[in-house]
Write a protein that binds this ligand. Structure first.
Ligand code: SAH
Ligand code: SF4
Ligand code: F3S
Length: 473
């Protein structure tokens, strides 16, 4: 058992209690399912941090005796691990939960559980309590490690469970993990967020910023690499403020350097970096560390200083561009990606044009673009928002068209060059594989399926805008 690291650590006694519940559930399930294991359908929405949580939920379910199915109709337990980042994300979950009602009618013993960022909001938990009586278990992000107890209360006591109390958050080490991938691993290094960007729900549903212990993270990565993982994704809402309260030798650039020292061929990726805390130290560490992918996801959100200030982002267009300049100076091949919000409340067309000009000058590899979605409880929710959805849609299309042009220019310059890629999957066509360059460009080429999960050198023969085609070298 890990020693308690800081005030956020969950004590061993609480985890031991959960182990007892795990055993109780296991015993009950094995008598209810004498000829096989019950099946769980687990689906995670949202960011990679949520995916990492989902893998722990799966780990706990596995220890309770569940097997997994991808067919929701035949599941004994359905668990949706939800996301609240935009309205659309929530609508999808409500739609999918609604669709479970007739399935549960057929199979009244099915347990339906909802967790994650969406259910951490009291408003959502209340709506489910009142309007979705067939949902058995609802819990928030801060108590996910108590899943065994919640299953016990539902399965053995027949009670509906609602556990969504607010909290500053915690750090739980030592939970079982059932990973989806065999060569790509998600490794959270910090949780929560203190930034309160005015549009964002995350700080309200994920609690305060808190970092995992440096040596614990390094040894987790070491054992992942030893067991064959080839891509390590270090995760946090703002990895640049990892261990902010400690000395530089425990902060994020130092963590990258320490992980880079681990023996073996593997690639290190990280997200997300907040520009306000992105330092020259970080850029230098990226440039120095051979195993760190030359890809920086640095969400700018807007290219206009007034909008950035209303968003509470704490950097200016000029500061952002100077970071980019330094990064390109040290790594001319660097691939930069970003998130952009179109139509923040009060944004004018002239201000939006500053975003276009910034995008033009940075030359991003790709962009994640979003139309502003009001999130209840955030500051921006109450701001005046005079621009119509339709007009925002037109701005959005302009941005997408601009980025398409830039992406096409970038990928055409890849022609004839070779890239070392991690082969990830079969592509849609037979005999074709797909992988990603360090810079996160998808590349497809002919090859044997046995290559999946290993590195290969691929020369680009036919670059298209979003996918480049190539051949094994
Ligand atoms: N912590 C990361 C972002 C995580 S959320 C960062 O600060 O960069 C991922 C992206 O969702 C954000 O970068 C933002 O572009 C988008 N987003 C967040 N809240 C949104 C909202 N209310 N409406 C539209 N997009 C939003
Ligand atoms: Fe949201 Fe801002 Fe925190 Fe990112 S840094 S999670 S956008 S509040
Ligand atoms: Fe969504 Fe929560 Fe991640 S709101 S984006 S799942 S932190």
């Amino acid at each position: 058992m890990e020693k308690p690291m800081n005030k956020f650590s969950v004590p061993a006694s609480e985890l031991n209690k959960q182990k007892e519940y795990t055993e109780l559930v296991r015993t009950v399930l094995s008598s209810r399912f004498p000829s096989g294991k019950p099946r769980a359908f687990v689906h995670t929405y949202g960011c990679q941090g949520n995916v990492a949580d989902g893998e722990k939920l799966q780990g706990m379910l596995y220890e309770m005796g569940f097997d997994f199915t991808s067919d929701v109709n035949s599941a004994d337990l359905v668990l949706y691990n939800t996301c609240a980042i935009r309205e659309h994300a929530e609508d999808r979950v409500f739609g999918n939960v609604g669709a479970l009602k007739p399935i549960k009618k057929q199979n009244p013993d099915m347990i339906i559980a909802l967790c994650g960022c969406m259910t951490q909001q009291q408003r959502v938990a209340d709506k489910i309590k009142n309007s979705y009586p067939f949902v058995d278990i609802v819990f928030g992000t801060h108590v996910a490690h108590r899943l065994p107890e919640f299953i016990y209360r539902s399965l053995c006591l027949g009670k509906r469970v609602f556990e969504t109390a607010d909290s500053d958050g915690n750090i739980v080490e030592g939970l079982p993990v059932k990973r989806d991938g065999t060569f790509r691993a998600w490794v959270p290094i910090m949780y929560g967020c203190n930034n309160f960007c005015s549009y964002c729900i995350v700080p309200y549903v994920r609690g305060r910023e808190r970092s995992r212990d440096f040596d614990t993270v390094v040894s987790e990565v070491r054992s992942l690499v030893a067991s064959g993982y080839k891509e390590i994704n270090l995760l946090g809402q703002n990895v640049n403020s990892y261990n902010k309260e400690l000395t530089a030798d425990r902060q994020f650039p130092a963590l990258l350097r320490a992980i880079n020292e681990i023996e073996g061929e593997f690639i290190i990726r990280f997200m997300t970096s907040h520009p306000k805390d992105c330092t020259r130290d970080l850029i230098e560490a990226m440039a120095d560390c051979k195993k760190v992918a030359k890809h920086l996801h640095l969400p700018v959100q807007s290219g206009n200083n007034r909008v950035l200030s209303e968003m509470n982002r704490h950097y200016t267009r000029e500061k952002y561009l100077s970071l980019i300049e330094y990064a390109y100076e040290l790594m001319p091949e660097l691939s930069i990606t970003s998130d952009i919000i179109v139509g923040f409340p009060g944004e004018t067309y002239d201000e939006f044009k500053d975003t276009l000009s910034l995008v033009e000058s940075v030359k991003y590899t790709s962009l994640f673009t979003f139309i502003f979605s009001p999130r209840y409880g955030t500051k921006a929710y109450d701001m005046d928002d005079p621009v119509s959805r339709q007009e925002k849609g037109e701005w959005f299309n302009k941005l997408v068209a601009l980025q398409e042009k830039i992406a096409g220019e970038r990928t055409s310059s890849m022609k004839g060059r070779s890239y070392r890629v991690l082969v990830e999957d079969k592509a849609k066509h037979d005999g074709i594989l797909s992988g990603r360059t360090q810079g996160n460009v998808i590349i497809e080429f002919e090859g044997d399926e046995g290559l999946i999960g290993s590195f290969a050198d691929v020369r680009v023969t036919n670059p298209r805008t979003w996918i480049v085609y190539g051949e094994l070298v």
